[in-house]
Design a protein around this ligand. Structure first.
Ligand code: HEC
Length: 105
């Protein structure tokens, strides 16, 4: 009586494992953590602390600080001139990213 259950849960675990391996392989942005997404995608142009580099500064004294959350999300999703578009980010990823941008010095 107990056996089928165990088989079922190990099947579930292995398909979850396969799914997560597949996702890692496909190159999309997996993390939902704002700082992690920023460090992997944005820091190379905006600086590790948002101090700016090839892209403009994004800290609390920057032009970005005057934009609304929606305006910031729109730049991220649609891109603007040399700013690449990140159309594949989910709503949660965007919210966490913008929340993190608001914490930059
Ligand atoms: C290839 C370099 C590059 C990367 C990578 C990049 N940006 Fe940008 N970003 C820019 C440039 C350049 C601009 C200025 C666009 C313009 O001239 O209008 C910009 C503009 C912005 C703005 C608007 C700032 C303002 O003052 O209006 C925000 C917000 C922003 N980027 C956030 C991000 C986030 C978040 C990421 C990561 C998901 C990111 N950027 C990745 C280059 C980059």
């Amino acid at each position: 009586m107990k056996r089928p259950r165990r088989v079922q849960s190990s099947l579930l675990i292995s398909s979850l494992l396969a799914m997560s391996l597949g996702l890692v392989g496909c190159g999309g942005i997996q993390s939902v953590d704002g700082p992690t997404i920023y460090a992997s995608q944005c820091a190379r142009c905006h600086g590790g602390d948002g101090q700016g580099s090839t892209g403009p500064a994004l800290g609390s004294n920057s032009r970005m600080a005057e934009l609304s959350d929606d305006e910031i999300e729109s730049v991220i999703v649609n891109g603007r001139r040399a700013m690449p578009r990140y159309g594949g980010l989910s709503e949660v990823q965007l919210e966490n990213l913008v929340a993190y941008l608001r914490t930059l010095p």
